[in-house]
Design a protein around this ligand. Sequence first.
Ligand code: ACO
Length: 312
Amino acid sequence: MGSAITGWGEALPDHVVTNDDFAARLDTSDEWIVARTGIRQRRMGGTTSELAIDAGRAALKVADLDGADIDLLVLATTTPDQTIPATSSAVHDALGCRGGAFDLNAACAGFVYALVTADSLLHAGHHRALVIGSETLSKVTDQDDRSTAVLFGDGAAAIVLEAGARDELVLAYDLGVDGAATPLLYADHGGYIHMEGREVFRRAVRAELESIENVLSRAGVRPDDIALFVPHQANVRIIEAVNQRVGLSMERTALVLERTGNTSAASIPLALAEAADAGRVAEGDLVLLSGFGAGMTWASAVIRWGRRGLPR
Ligand code: ACO
C-alpha cells in the first residue's frame, strides 16, 4: 500500500512588510535586499498555532476531510508558541483531530523531516496525517539588525497524507545534520537569531547539492525527470547556484520567497501548495523537495504526485 498527498493549504498573516519599510528605519535598501536575497516583502503577525490551524483547515478542505479523519498530526516548527507544551497540542484540539500529535524541530529542513516521518508512520498503520510547517520567525529576529531582519517572515502551510494509494509517495529521501556547525546559526531561549550569513550560504549550497545527488541516485532518477523542484526559500542566489550545478531549470522551480522571505519550516510547503494551486504538478509527476537550516540540518525527498488507487 502506498500513500498520497490529497490536500494542501497555506496561511499568511495580513501584515505585509516591504523592503522600503526596512529602508525607512535601517541602513539598508530595496536594491541591496533584492540583489543579495531575491526577497521583496514578507508577512508578519499571528502565532505559530493560529497560522498552523488556518493552514491545516485549508489543507483539510482541499482533501475534503474533517479534522476527525486525521489520526496523526506532525507540526514542523522552530518557533513554538511555548516551551511546554508542544504547539501541535493546540492545533490538534482546534482542528478536532484524533490520534497523536507532536512538534518536530529540524529548522528549515523540518518540513521534509516531518513528511518523511509521517509517511513512515502511515506505513506503520496510521491512515491519514496532517503535516504542517508553521513559523513566526519575526518573534526571534532582532528587527533592528539589518543583517537578519530583512531575511525572515511568518507563515504556515500544510499537507494531508493518506494511506491506501497504489503508488508510493516517497521514492527516496536523505536526512542529515552536522551538529558541529551549530554556532553558525542559532537563537538562545529568549534571544534573537544569530547567523554567520556568508558561511551558512557556502555550507547550504554544499549540503543541498550533496543531498540532492544522494536522493536522485537513491530514487534512480535524473534531474530531467523532475517535473517540479521545491527548494527551501532562504535566498534566490542559493537556489540558482544549486540549480545550475544540478542541472535543474528555474522554470521548473517553485519560488515564493520574493513575497514571503525565509519562513523556515513553512517555506517548502508554502512553495509546494502554491505550485499545486497553480496546477504546476500533475498525476505521476516527480517532485524534488530539498531544504537546509540551522543545526545544520538538511533533508531532501523525491516524491510522486498523484492519488492513484485511493478509494475516494
Ligand atoms: N542592507 C545593506 N547592507 C547589509 C545588509 C542589509 N540588509 N545586511 C548586511 N549588509 C552588509 C554587511 O554588513 C556587509 O558589510 P561590510 O562588507 O561593510 O561588512 C556587506 O553587506 C556584505 O555582507 P555579507 O554578509 O558578506 O553579504 P552576503 O552577500 O553574504 O549576503 C546574506 C548576506 C543575504 C545573509 C547571505 O549571506 C545569505 O543569504 N546567507 C544564507 C542565509 C541562509 O540561507 N540561512 C538559511 C538558514 S535560516 C534557518 O535555518 C532559520
